[in-house]
Design a protein around this ligand. Structure first.
Ligand code: GLC
Length: 749
């Protein structure tokens, strides 16, 4: 007798065939647009608005009973959170066998940095400066997601973020439009491949459109206000890179932008997206962001919210139900034109075609167990996590851990912690899959004895005034840790934030470590034992005191499922650290927003001149600059050459230099290329990243690296918002971070 699952697959296949012929898609390769229009012509107004509704299933992936009824009536086009072949197929069956038009449901989920195999948080993964790694991680996430019955992820998040108080800085690619654009495109390619209908690909979403990361005060969901020049120069580029990479959908954001909420903003949603960029994908709102235009003070009521959002360009409404509730009446009243509705429906159906739902609407139940957590997926997660880590401090002795270190004290709240290794937005990642730091170290150093001492509690409630808990309890934990450290040859001291301390709705007024961690660290340092700090965080932290005290410090971000092995790989030198910061680390929260590509001002900071742009109570420079990261070896740059002293505005110049591994171990350096337009009709930043390359060299080995600077690298938006290259002096820097390195210059005539 055929196994039940084979029967399910067979019936699914028959139903799909029936659907294909039902819609006349059988014989010839369908002209999608023709079939979409034919379908729209048959839809009632209610069914049209039904396709524009997305509702959420239970957090564990199960359907909500109500959704079956809505689907049968053609009043629900998409869900988020519903996942797992069984759950997906149950709702899909209702759509295909019990609705009038048999339009398949499209299933979405927040697969931000992995589905079941969880990769480093996106900010951490960006620190690899390896877009191929990000593409690989997204492709693995897509394969697992599709196997679990999903066809759409709400990722990549591509918001530029320059304010570490904003918890969602963890989810993106950091502060720089150039680096952010490279990673946005890589992640879209990874999720979608060249055919998002393939059995291992899904549709991607560029989010949150737009400028969500510029929230006032770093407070999540707060208003944003900026010039169109800043909007187009800083916040648009990663979204445009996603469009150029073929991203299937956008998600409109929560924030008020220059007085018009982004989930009802005709300028960003239609003028830019549709008229300028000619993009034909689907815009889905963020969670209730349509109805929240009432809270913003834009819409009078729910009907008004629908009346403004749909024509502005939000095609599908997530969670709130203003479209299905008020849409038909608004159309009948002439307040929303039918063509506007039809165009939104067209985009929703186009998405469903593009992800292959009209050909293969059902998930194969056999695929999920065979795909999730494949050994090669775990291996990729381990490799990418290790290469995402950033060596912040290195005294040259403490790390890498030598074989001879027999007794290791693993001190701090992360050492034996299965719950805090994946960060936030962890998809379907499960704690039982996670490799802890203790397990990683024991596997990497079989002869060592690893003793664990928590040293301090870790809970987001501790951040609230008075929430830190009792000092006596903290002292007891600290004493226990000190006792363990006394017996050890080496201390691995884990510090940082919990995953819940960053991500959505997790803004902070401070960038300090959570309570009692500084006291723990200082007690450990006082022992004068070899001590390596491993830092877990989703955001830059203000670590001035730690920088001064730590002999070695590795920034691990939140490394994901393979955390323990990845951290141990770096601590033992199996992987030579190569990560570089995609965000600036400030000395103090008072410096925020702080970023490398800042303007010069009329009074550039000068230590010997009071009346220049700096602070009277702290250094104005960052603690760790954008692009910074150390290695177990040392690299030297020399012999910078600029191919021409002068070029026409349409010309380009090649800038080259030699990079050499001057140390004793093989390593990888990320050589960075920065440009400055010294004088222009709109003031330019003191420098802007315009290229980078990863170079792996054996000890003593040298290599020439080359960068090209042409109109794409040298141009900017002028006062009329037109892209141009202006004549004048340009300075270039080839370096190992946004500071130092070799400089040169040339003229555009
Ligand atoms: C959340 C987030 C968004 C996410 C959506 C669905 O509020 O802002 O990034 O994709 O809702 O979970």
């Amino acid at each position: 007798m055929a196994r039940p699952r084979l029967i399910a697959a067979a019936s699914a296949g028959l139903a799909a065939c029936a659907l294909v012929f039902q819609l006349g898609l059988g014989a010839q390769a369908p002209d999608i647009e023709q079939h979409i229009n034919a379908l729209i012509a048959r839809m009632t107004l209610d069914e049209k608005f039904g396709q524009l509704q997305q509702l959420d299933g239970h957090a564990d992936g199960r359907n909500r009973e109500e959704h079956f009824d809505l689907v049968r009536k053609g009043l629900l086009g998409s869900t988020l959170n519903v996942r797992g072949a069984e759950n997906v197929n149950a709702l899909q069956k209702a759509a295909l066998e019990e609705s009038r038009l048999k339009i398949p449901v499209v299933f979405a989920f927040d697969v931000i940095h992995g589905y079941r195999t969880v990769f480093p948080i996106p900010l951490g993964e960006t620190a690899s400066w390896d877009p191929e790694a990000a593409e690989r991680a997204a492709a693995i996430a897509a394969a697992e997601s599709r196997a679990a019955g999903l066809q759409w992820t709400f990722a990549p998040m591509v918001d530029i973020a320059r304010d570490a108080r904003w918890g969602r800085i963890a989810e993106g690619a950091g502060e720089d439009p150039w680096l952010g654009s490279v990673f946005a495109a890589a992640r879209v390619r990874g999720f979608q491949g060249t055919n998002m209908a393939a059995p291992d690909r899904i549709a991607a979403t560029a989010k949150h459109w737009v400028a969500y990361g510029a929230a006032e005060g770093g407070r999540d969901y707060a208003a944003t206000d900026m010039s169109e020049h800043a909007l187009r120069s800083i916040y648009f580029p990663p979204f445009k890179a996603a469009v150029d990479a073929g991203v299937a959908t956008f998600m409109s954001a929560f924030n008020d932008l220059n007085g018009v909420p982004t989930s009802s903003n005709p300028f960003t949603l239609t003028t830019v997206l549709r008229e300028e960029w000619k993009w034909d994908g689907l815009v889905v709102s963020d969670y209730k962001s349509v109805v929240e235009t009432i809270n913003h003070g834009l819409a009078r009521d729910e009907a008004d919210a629908a009346r403004q959002a749909l024509p502005a360009g939000v095609d599908m409404e997530m969670i709130s139900r203003t479209y299905v509730t008020h849409g038909p009446a608004l159309v009948k009243a002439g307040e929303i034109p039918v063509p506007v509705v039809d165009e939104a429906v067209r985009r929703a159906l186009r998405l469903k075609y593009r992800v292959g739902l009209f050909d293969r609407p059902y998930a194969d139940p056999a695929l999920e167990p065979a795909t999730l957590l494949k050994p090669e997926f775990r291996a990729a997660a381990r490799d990418i996590a290790a290469r995402s880590m950033v060596l912040l401090e290195h005294d040259g002795r403490t790390l890498p851990i030598k074989e001879g270190n027999r007794r290791i004290a693993l001190v701090g709240p992360f050492g034996d912690n299965r719950d805090e290794m994946m960060g936030n937005w962890t998809g379907d990642g499960r704690r039982e899959d996670v490799v802890t730091l203790k397990e990683g170290l024991e596997a990497a150093l079989p002869g060592a004895q690893v003793t664990v001492a928590r040293g301090a509690d870790l809970d987001v409630k501790m951040l609230w005034p008075g929430g830190a808990g009792d000092a006596a309890g903290a002292a007891a934990l600290r004493d226990e840790a000190v006792a363990a450290a006394r017996e050890a040859d080496l201390v691995v001291l884990t510090l940082g934030e919990s995953g819940a301390m960053s991500g959505e709705a997790a803004s902070r007024t401070s960038l300090d470590l959570p309570p009692f961690q500084r006291e723990l660290a200082e007690a450990i340092f006082a022992l004068k034992k070899p001590t390596a700090v491993v830092l877990f965080t989703g955001r830059p932290l203000a670590l001035g005191w730690l920088k001064a005290a730590a002999p070695a410090m590795l920034l691990a971000w939140f490394p994901g499922t393979e955390a323990g092995h990845a951290v141990a790989d770096v601590l033992t030198g199996r992987v030579n650290p190569q990560g570089k910061l995609p965000v600036t680390f400030p000395r103090h929260v008072g410096q925020v927003p702080i970023y490398y590509s800042h303007k010069a001002t009329g009074r550039p900071p000068a230590a010997d001149d009071k009346y220049t742009s700096k602070y009277i109570d702290a250094e104005w420079t960052p603690l760790y600059p954008f692009g910074y990261g150390l290695s177990y070896t040392t690299f030297e740059l020399s012999d910078l050459r600029v191919s021409a002293a002068s070029i026409p505005s349409t010309g380009s110049v090649t800038v080259s230099a030699t990079v050499r591994n001057a140390g004793a171990v093989k390593g990888t350096e990320v050589v960075q290329f920065y440009v400055r337009d010294v004088a222009a009709s709109v003031t330019r930043p003191v420098q802007e990243l315009r290229g980078f390359t990863r170079v792996t060299l054996e000890p003593g080995e040298s290599r020439r690296v080359e960068f090209t600077a042409g109109p794409k690298e040298l141009g900017f938006l002028d006062r009329d918002l037109k892209w141009r290259v202006e004549p004048g002096e340009f300075r270039v820097r080839v370096s190992q971070s946004s500071e130092g390195g070799l400089t040169g210059a040339f003229e555009v005539r």
